[in-house]
Ligand binder design. Structure first.
Ligand code: FES
Length: 214
């Protein structure tokens, strides 16, 4: 009798051990399955993130994005006196990241895209170059200009409003949209605006050629 009981106990232990083995196996499989699903989910999320980042790049301070150009006071105002219009650019006026010159005209600020509208050369500013006579920026009479943009490729010459005054370029230099946050100047180098001519009368922020500052 004692032997029979002992055999039953052994059998019962074997069954218990077998049951633990099956449960352990199931829980291990469940763990690996969950880990695999998590890994797929994470890599999919990363892949989708890269996809959206590629097609919808974050605006940065690089060309094509919004550039914090400086404070209004950083940009010296061009001066018209005694029939001479003299333009001086400040140290931060040539913005390498945004590819523009920030010019402070009496009418306001204008961010001139430095790409020549003839065939695309980079146009530098020459502070000593003069142009003997052309319509003043306010449209009232002629002035002599001191300080010009002059394209090195085929000689297109622009006064500081961007207006073409000599050479093969078909229109003024393009400009970029400016917004002011207090006295901070933000230039959107992704919004480049063309115009048929300099027009001091425009005030619409979308088409205005100079952004007034208070
Ligand atoms: S590219 Fe500037 S004048 Fe031709």
């Amino acid at each position: 009798m004692g032997k029979v009981v002992s055999e039953d106990l052994k059998q019962s232990r074997r069954l218990d051990l077998g049951s633990e083995g099956v449960e352990g196996d199931i829980s291990r499989r469940g763990f690996f399955k969950a880990a695999l699903i998590s890994a797929i989910a994470v890599s999919s999320a990363l892949g989708l993130g890269g996809f959206f980042k590629f097609f919808y790049p974050t605006k940065t301070s690089a060309f094509g994005g919004k550039i914090t150009a400086g404070k209004v006071a950083d940009f010296p105002v061009a001066v018209q006196a005694n029939g001479v219009f003299t333009t001086t650019l400040g140290a931060t006026s040539r913005n390498r990241d945004g590819h523009f010159f920030l010019v402070h005209l009496p009418q306001g600020l204008i961010a001139l895209y430095w790409k020549c509208v003839h065939l695309g050369c980079t146009v530098p500013f020459n502070p000593t170059e003069e142009f003997p006579s052309y319509l003043a920026p306010d449209g009232k009479g002629q002035v002599k200009y001191v300080g010009m943009f002059h394209c090195p490729c085929h000689g297109s010459t622009y006064v500081p409003t961007g207006q073409i005054v000599a050479g093969p370029a078909p229109r003024p230099l393009d400009h970029m949209q400016i917004t002011l946050q207090g006295d901070t100047v933000i230039v959107d180098s992704g919004i480049i605006l063309s115009r048929p001519k300099w027009d001091p009368s425009t005030t619409d922020p979308k088409t205005s050629q100079a952004t007034p500052v208070s």
